[in-house]
Design a protein around this ligand. Structure first.
Ligand code: URA
Length: 213
């Protein structure tokens, strides 16, 4: 049977993540508390691959990066480079629309401490592979952070040793160009590992790439 693009609400595959989900369903019944599906249409030319939903962000709202610290810089940058339009207001019903862009996560369930295990990343990868396979016009992938990068590279059937993670890195996998960036996490932006200018430069390069063809 083929793997769907998004795990079901009660996906049983990762016991640790299931237990964490059950705990938060009991604590906060109004939250999404389930695997977070990709945001954006299948016919997008750009796919952005993050790490995993944040507990009080995407896990609460049900939309990738929505309500997460990292979403502020990501959505602001996407709007600035024409990959999104409208207003990002940290809510899935804020009316924000992606333009030719889709956002997903390497791991679809919120992990404790924001840290999925190697096994969880591996177990969730078929959903990422199915997401990529369902995008007939895909031309570029932006990977956010090394975990998202390595998982996307493996989902493309490549070895991370051939396409290693490097901030500002650009590499080809068949017809797809992979752009890598440090993750726009609170830690990386607060410590200056990633500045808004560095992040914008990645999306400026993606814009150039897509506008050229
Ligand atoms: N929120 C997400 O959905 N993904 C990330 O990688 C970080 C925050």
């Amino acid at each position: 049977m083929s793997v769907p693009q998004n795990p079901g609400r009660d996906c049983p595959l990762c016991p640790r993540l299931v237990a964490f989900r059950q705990k938060h369903r009991a604590l906060s019944p109004g939250w999404h508390n389930a695997p977070v599906p990709s945001f954006g249409a299948d016919d997008a030319r750009l796919l952005i691959v993050g790490l995993a939903p944040g507990l009080q962000g995407a896990n609460k709202t049900g939309r990738p990066f929505t309500g997460d610290w990292a979403g502020d810089l990501l959505y602001e940058t996407l709007i600035a480079y024409g990959f999104a339009k409208g207003t990002y207001d940290e809510r899935p019903d804020d009316g924000l629309e992606l333009i030719g862009t889709r956002i997903t996560n390497a791991v679809r369930c919120v992990p404790p401490e924001n840290k999925p295990t190697t096994e969880e990343i591996h177990t969730c990868r078929p959903f990422l592979s199915a997401t990529i396979a369902a995008m007939p016009r895909l031309s570029a992938i932006v990977t956010l952070g090394k975990i998202g990068h390595d998982s996307a590279v493996r989902a493309l059937g490549e070895k991370p040793a051939r396409l290693p993670f490097r901030h500002g890195g650009v590499a080809m996998s068949g017809s797809i160009t992979v752009f890598s960036s440090y993750h726009c996490s609170r830690y990386n932006t607060n410590t200056g590992v990633l500045t808004p200018e560095m992040f914008r430069a990645v999306f400026a390069a993606v814009r150039d790439h897509l506008d050229r063809g």
